[in-house]
Design a binder for this molecule. Structure first.
Ligand code: ADP
Length: 221
């Protein structure tokens, strides 16, 4: 059975001789909820870029949803990313001045969804994250936790196989952070594979699986 994420000897070196990821073997099954955890500089962002198909390995292979990332053209990679992967970032990255619905609907542009359908799916996704009463609100009218929920709605509106959440609670107070973790659990329970990237050991320990990085290597998975 194919795994959603398969890293085999995956290595990423940067010019100047830094090996940010060093021969990593890792498999993540469809339907998992896992944390990628490690201190600053351990290689988390690099791994996020490889798994998110934003970058290709220097050596070894990265397979996502059965596709060898190195074998795909930039165009094919963009299509894979748009259709199969949702991203959530610490900084939310919402467009200021655009409503919650517009922010979420815009996330479906690259998946080639027609406008009316984008809006319909955006509203459904906002209901799913508990923001059914905030559809017309703009980011400055929302709390931090609500903004992150909009970002999560945008990430899942296209029904991706994989949700990559990079320090999703990093800008939130503990109550809002707990709410976001709860939401990620709900999405996982609904069938989405969720990978949370964090330096926060406590947050990682709340997940069913921890993939621990140190100096570019997986020391526990
Ligand atoms: P983390 O996300 O865990 O903080 P990173 O993946 O960002 O770790 O970094 C891993 C290592 O790779 C660090 O030593 C970092 O300095 C180095 N690194 C990351 N990105 C680059 C880059 N674009 N060019 C050169 N070195 C980099």
């Amino acid at each position: 059975m194919t795994q959603l994420i398969e890293l085999s000897g995956a290595t990423k070196s940067y010019p100047g001789g830094v090996t940010a990821l060093d021969c990593v073997d890792l498999g993540v099954e469809y339907g998992e909820l896992a944390a990628v955890v490690g201190p600053s500089g351990s290689g988390k962002s690099t791994m996020l870029h490889l798994i998110g198909t934003l970058d290709r390995p220097s050596a070894g292979t990265v397979r996502i949803d059965g596709h060898d990332v190195a074998a795909l053209s930039d165009r094919q990679l963009s299509a894979l990313r748009a259709r199969r992967i949702g991203f959530v970032f610490q900084q939310f990255h919402l467009a200021p001045g655009r409503t919650a619905v517009a922010n979420v609907a815009d996330g479906l542009l690259y998946a080639g969804v027609p406008r009316k359908e984008r809006e319909r799916r955006a509203e459904a996704a906002l209901h799913r994250v508990g923001l059914g009463a905030r559809l017309g609100h703009r980011p400055h009218q929302l709390s931090g936790g609500e903004r992150q929920r909009v970002a999560i709605a945008r990430a899942v509106a296209g029904d991706p196989a994989l949700l990559l959440a990079d320090e999703p609670t990093g800008n939130l107070d503990s109550v809002a952070g707990t709410g976001v973790v709860e939401l990620l659990r709900e999405l996982h329970a609904g069938g989405t594979t969720v990978l949370v990237i964090t330096h926060d050991r406590e947050l990682a320990d709340e997940m069913p699986r921890q993939i621990s990085l140190l100096d570019g290597r997986v020391i526990q998975s």
